[in-house]
Design a protein around this ligand. Structure first.
Ligand SMILES: Cc1ncc(COP(=O)(O)O)c(C=O)c1O
Length: 446
C-alpha cells in the first residue's frame, strides 16, 4: 500500500499506551492483547510489523464499503470543510439528503428517518415508538439475538450478554426463532421448522396477552448469534401475526442491512415490509458513527400532534449524514449491493460447500450475500460443537496466513466488505482450507 512503512516500535508504543489507559468492551482487561493496526485499504488492513490481513470480519461487520474508499473520504472532507456540526432542530442539507435516500431504499411506506448515533439507540427508539404508538408495553424478542448494550436494547437481547445487566428493563419476553441445524422444535425440514416456529410465536403471543404486546423485534437474518437465514415463509408469518394482533414489527437490520445480505435490506429477500427498520453499521461503514429508525407513515403520524419524547444531541449529525448519503451514491454507482449478492451466490456459497465436503469439522455452512457462518463440530453426527482450544488454533492459523475472520463460539463468521473481489474471496478460501485442517484435528476419530 502507498506511503505505509512498517514501524514495529510505534506499534509497541501504541500497545503500551492502550494497556495503560484504554478500557475495552466486553473484556477482562488483563486478558486481552489488542493488535495495533496501522492502515487499511479496501478489504485489507496492516499491522505495524507489516503483516496484512484480509478483513473478513469487516471490522465489526460494519465496513461494507471497505477501508478508505477515496470517494467516501473526499465526501466527508467536503462536509467538514462546509459545516462540521449542526444541532438537530435545524434543517440541514446532508440530513435531508440522507433521510431522502434511505426512505427511497426502504420498502413500503417506510418514509421517515429518526437518526441516532448507533444501533442500540436505534432499537431503544424503535421500541419507544412502538410502545407509544400502540399504547402497549410488552416486547417479544428472540433468544438468539443481539440488539445492543444500552438499557432497553440489552433487555431485548436474547443471548448471554444480557445476563450481567439483569434485572433488566421489564416487559421483554423472549421466544425461540427458527434454527434448523439445532432446532428448538425438533424439526427435520425447513418447512417444519418454519411452521413450528410460527406456532410457538403465536402461542407466546397468546400466553402474554395479544393486547399487551407493543412490538416483536427480530433480526431478519440473525447476526452474531449464528447468521441464521430464516426458512421461507417465516418472516411473512411474523408479518401476518403482527397484522392480526396489531403488533409493531421491528426489523433490526443493524448488521444485516445496507448490502450485507446482497439486498439493500435483508427483508427485501422475502419482500416483507416491517413497520420499523433499525439500521447503523453499514450505513456509513463505520467511517463515522450513525444509526437510525426508518418509520412507517402510520407510526410517524402518531407524533404529528403530540411530541415524540426522545432525542439526542447528535441526532442527524451532518458529518454522519453526509457520509451515509455519499455512501449510498457510491454503492449505486459501483453496483456494490449486486456485487455482494453475486459473491454470495456464485463464489462464497459454492466455495464453502466445497470446503464442507473436505473438512469433517464443518457441521454446516449457511448464509447469503457477504454474510456467512461455518459451524464447526467435533462430530457431524452428534453436532457437538468443536472445543474452544481447536477453535482458537484454527483462528490463529487464519491470522498467521493473513485472514481475519470473526470467531463466535464454535463458528467462524465470514463477513467481508460488500466490495470484495472474487480473487480476494479465493485467497481467503485457500487460507481457510489450510486453517480448517487444524480444526479437523479436534474431530472425534482424529
Ligand atoms: C443486530 C444488531 N443490533 C444492534 C446492535 C448494536 O449496535 P451498536 O453496537 O451500534 O449500538 C448490533 C451490534 O452488533 C447488532 O448486531
Amino acid at each position: 500500500m502507498n506511503g505505509f512503512h512498517p514501524d514495529p516500535q510505534e506499534g509497541a508504543r501504541i500497545k503500551q499506551g492502550d494497556a495503560a489507559h484504554v478500557f475495552h468492551s466486553w473484556s477482562a482487561q488483563a486478558h486481552i492483547d489488542p493488535l495495533p493496526i496501522a492502515a487499511g485499504e479496501g478489504v485489507w488492513f496492516w499491522d505495524y510489523n507489516g503483516n496484512r490481513y484480509l478483513d473478513f470480519a469487516s471490522q465489526l461487520v460494519n465496513l461494507n464499503i471497505g477501508h478508505q474508499h477515496p470517494k467516501l473520504v473526499a465526501a466527508m472532507q467536503d462536509q467538514i470543510g462546509q459545516l462540521a456540526t449542526l444541532a438537530p432542530p435545524f434543517a440541514a442539507r446532508a440530513r435531508t439528503e440522507a433521510a431522502g435516500l434511505i426512505a427511497e431504499l426502504a420498502p413500503g411506506d417506510l418514509n421517515r428517518v429518526f437518526f441516532t448515533n448507533a444501533g442500540a439507540e436505534a432499537n431503544e427508539n424503535a421500541l419507544r415508538m412502538a410502545r407509544l404508538h400502540t399504547g402497549r408495553h410488552k416486547v417479544l424478542a428472540a433468544y438468539r439475538s443481539y440488539h445492543g448494550a444500552t438499557g432497553g436494547a440489552i433487555a431485548a437481547t436474547g443471548d448471554s450478554r444480557r445476563w450481567a445487566s439483569e434485572p433488566a428493563v421489564p416487559g421483554v419476553v423472549h421466544y425461540w426463532g427458527p434454527y434448523l441445524y439445532r432446532s428448538p422444535f425438533f424439526a427435520a425440514t425447513a418447512d417444519e421448522e418454519c411452521e413450528r416456529a410460527l406456532r410457538h410465536l403465536r402461542a407466546t403471543i397468546n400466553a402474554e396477552g395479544p393486547t399487551e404486546i407493543a412490538a416483536i423485534i427480530l433480526e431478519p437474518v440473525v447476526g452474531t448469534n449464528g447468521i441464521l437465514v430464516p426458512p421461507p415463509g417465516y418472516l411473512a408469518g411474523v408479518r401476518a401475526l403482527c397484522d392480526e394482533y396489531g403488533i409493531v414489527f421491528v426489523a433490526d437490520e443493524v448488521m444485516a442491512g445496507f448490502g450485507r445480505c446482497g439486498e439493500w435490506f435483508a427483508v427485501d429477500h422475502w419482500n416483507i415490509t416491517p413497520d420499523l427498520i433499525t439500521f447503523a453499521k453499514g450505513s456509513t461503514s463505520g467511517y463515522v458513527p450513525l444509526g437510525g429508525v426508518i418509520i412507517s407513515e402510520r407510526i410517524a403520524r402518531s407524533f404529528d400532534q403530540r411530541p415524540y419524547p426522545g432525542g439526542l444531541t447528535y441526532s442527524g449529525h451532518v458529518l454522519a449524514c453526509a457520509t451515509a448519503a455519499a455512501s449510498i451514491g457510491i454503492f449505486r454507482e459501483e453496483g456494490i449491493v449486486s456485487n455482494a449478492r453475486r459473491l454470495g451466490e456464485d463464489v462464497i456459497g459454492p466455495a464453502l460447500a466445497d470446503l464442507a465436503e473436505r473438512h469433517p469439522s464443518i457441521g454446516e455452512v449457511r448464509g447469503l450475500g457477504v454474510f456467512w457462518a461455518i459451524e464447526l463440530v467435533r462430530d457431524r453426527a452428534s453436532r457437538e460443537p468443536l472445543n474452544s482450544e481447536h477453535m482458537q488454533d484454527c483462528i490463529h492459523a487464519c491470522h498467521q496466513h493473513g485472514l481475519w475472520p470473526l470467531p463466535e463460539e464454535n463458528r467462524i463468521h465470514l463477513v467481508p466488505p460488500c466490495v470484495t473481489t472474487q480473487q480476494e474471496v479465493d485467497t481467503a478460501m485457500a487460507i481457510l482450507d489450510t486453517a480448517l485442517a487444524v480444526a479437523d484435528q479436534g474431530c472425534t476419530g482424529n
